[in-house]
Design a protein around this ligand. Structure first.
Ligand code: B12
Ligand code: SF4
Length: 510
């Protein structure tokens, strides 16, 4: 059998990092780990090809070659997925779909042959047996979430590693918290399941054996969801890094209560964690309570961020506007918080009701749902009737994005962040390699010569060189990321019109 695994195209959003990746000569930030996992579950005798459409186009010849197509998607990829299915079905191919969009969608799904809802470690082997017997069903959904011991080592070699800026591995699934807007706890559950230490280290060995060096994203929804197990893993991870010449710099996602735990912070630092994405959401306590994000109300958020930064971790943050409890001055408060926290990469989004979340169910009860979310919470669209006047909300959201990604503001935050986060002596070679001469030349040409904000760029660089020269490579990375976010902000603001996307659409439920 010949299996074609397809990751549909992402739109150009803040999360695509596209404008920053071009400096490094990369096509995409991360490979599709779900498909690499599925590939590892296929029988050894099967031939397989991965087409990540964010890295290379899907050609007719790829489809012709295949006996069966396996495609994944997040909500935000649904249009591209639909086109992929049409192309494959037009050629008479068998198509199977899985991933978060298929799992949570309330809309009619594209006309594929098989659907996998939820995690596939137990259902996929069952499907393969059914297929062999000619009895493959239309829908597969496990009665229970599989243990992480069932997850195979992903088929890393299937991906064109050179085209990505980072690799992904996963340690745990699920999160113990209960934020109202979150679909993680619906898809992956509230009891975090982790891999064993041996399993995790074997995965890292496999990744290292591919020749990969540099950033590795531990894609857990909340890396510290099971603190007890993480604390057991971290010393082993640090020892593994030491033994292997510190090949990886880790990046992950965690809840803000990470700041309460010095043992965890020290453990992460020693194990080579360099960046962490925190779900901060909002500095407004009432809105946090409304969102059931109580873990963020039990601390001083600014102090927590500062403490994490002091432990050698650059903080990236997720922020949301559009809660019912948001006060009129929410936009200024978010801007001030982001400035004071020195978070360069602040991913601010509009509250979106993702399918089948607690928020979705409440808004449905209240008769306030308008449509399925586009999946992109930065796209100037609301899928529910907001308490705040929608035009004011969208305008305020725009003002946040334009302010925080204004180069003056952005470079200031980046400088402050560099100052706060101590440089690790033993960062992997990645920084040197990634920001090689070619990347440096591209950045200088684009930001220092062609860009209309070049004066701010040179001022930023001058201050880095004179005050924190050892962080030069980090500074360039941040400059590239800021450029990406500004390009998107400019592009989105141009097409933004407060009344276009808030029109009620008929909601068709599956
Ligand atoms: C890494 C990651 C990213 C990476 C991209 C990774 C990539 N190239 O695919 C980055 C950081 C770029 C990213 C961005 C975004 N992401 Co994201 N991301 C994740 C994260 C944390 C891990 C994904 C992963 O690798 N998982 C590990 C693999 C093993 O799990 P899996 O993909 O679920 O696959 C399993 C099953 O689903 C199934 N399966 C999956 N596909 C298929 C296909 C077939 C055929 C079969 C049989 C089975 C199958 O089998 C696998 C094994 O069980 C998930 C959360 C999560 N826990 O998965 C969110 C998640 C997928 N992202 C999400 C979102 C919303 C986004 C953004 C839109 C951000 C935003 N908030 O606006 C952007 C969109 C990207 C863009 N450019 O616009 C949502 C998706 C919700 C939805 N219903 O679609 C998730 C679930 C998290 C969340 N709630 O916020 N993301
Ligand atoms: S902490 Fe993050 S992953 Fe956990 S429930 Fe809240 S939003 Fe979801």
């Amino acid at each position: 059998m010949k299996a074609l695994l397809v990751n549909p195209e992402f739109p150009d959003t803040y999360w695509s990092f596209r404008h920053a990746l071009s400096f490094e000569g990369k096509r995409s930030a991360f490979p599709p780990l779900g498909l690499l996992t599925i590939s590892a579950l296929l029988p050894g005798s099967w031939e397989r090809r991965l087409i990540d459409m964010n890295v290379r186009p899907l050609r007719s010849s790829d489809i012709e070659w295949a006996d069966i197509i396996f495609a994944t998607a997040m909500l935000v990829q649904k249009e591209s997925l639909r086109r992929v299915v049409e192309l494959c079905k037009a050629r008479g191919k068998r198509v199977a779909l899985g991933g978060p969009y298929v799992t949570t969608s309330v809309e009619e799904l594209p006309p594929a042959d098989h659907f996998f809802l939820g995690e596939a470690e137990t259902t996929f082997p069952e499907f393969l047996l059914d297929l062999e017997r000619g009895e493959a069903r239309r829908c597969y959904q496990a009665a229970e979430r599989p243990p992480m011991s069932a997850a195979p080592i992903p088929d890393f070699r299937l991906a064109e590693l050179k085209r990505y800026s980072a690799m992904s591995v996963q340690y745990s699934r699920g999160c113990p918290f209960r934020c109202e807007f979150c679909d993680i706890i619906e898809i992956y559950g509230r009891v975090p399941r982790t891999k064993s230490n041996d399993q995790m280290l074997a995965e890292l060995d496999a990744l290292r054996a591919t020749g990969w060096r540099g950033t590795v994203f531990i894609v857990d929804d909340n890396f510290i969801g099971n603190k007890r197990n993480v604390k057991r893993l971290l010393p082993e991870l640090a020892a593994w890094q030491e033994r292997n010449g510190r090949p990886f710099a880790f990046l992950t996602e965690a809840s803000v209560n990470l700041a309460e735990d010095d043992e965890l912070l020290d453990g992460m630092r020693h194990a080579g964690f360099r960046r962490v994405f925190l779900g901060i959401e909002t500095p407004v306590e009432e809105s946090l309570k409304e969102a059931l994000k109580t873990q963020n109300t039990q601390c001083n958020l600014l102090d927590s961020v500062r403490k994490i930064q002091r432990h050698g971790l650059e903080v990236m943050g997720g922020f949301i506007v559009g809660f019912d409890s948001d006060p009129e001055d929410i936009f200024e408060r978010q801007i001030n918080f982001i400035r004071e926290s020195a978070i360069p990469l602040a991913m601010v989004g509009l509250l979106n009701a993702l399918p089948d979340t607690q928020l979705w169910r409440r808004l449905k009860r209240e008769g306030r749902l308008l449509a399925e979310s586009s999946g992109d919470n930065t796209g100037y669209s609301l899928n529910f009737v907001s308490r705040m006047d929608p035009a004011r909300l969208l305008e305020g959201y725009r003002s946040i994005m334009q302010t925080i990604y204004n180069p003056g503001q952005y470079y200031q935050r980046a400088l402050e962040c560099l100052k706060r986060v101590p440089q690790e002596k033993s960062s992997p070679r990645q920084i040197g390699l990634v920001y090689s001469v070619a990347a440096l030349t591209r950045i200088v040409f684009r930001l220092g010569i062609r860009d209309r904000w070049r004066r701010e760029f040179w001022r930023f660089l001058w201050r880095v060189i004179t005050q924190q020269r050892e962080k030069f490579a980090e500074a360039l990375r941040l400059a590239a990321m800021g450029y990406h976010c500004r390009k998107l902000t400019d592009a989105q603001s141009e097409v933004f019109s407060p009344d276009v996307k808030t029109i009620a659409l008929p909601l068709t439920l599956r």
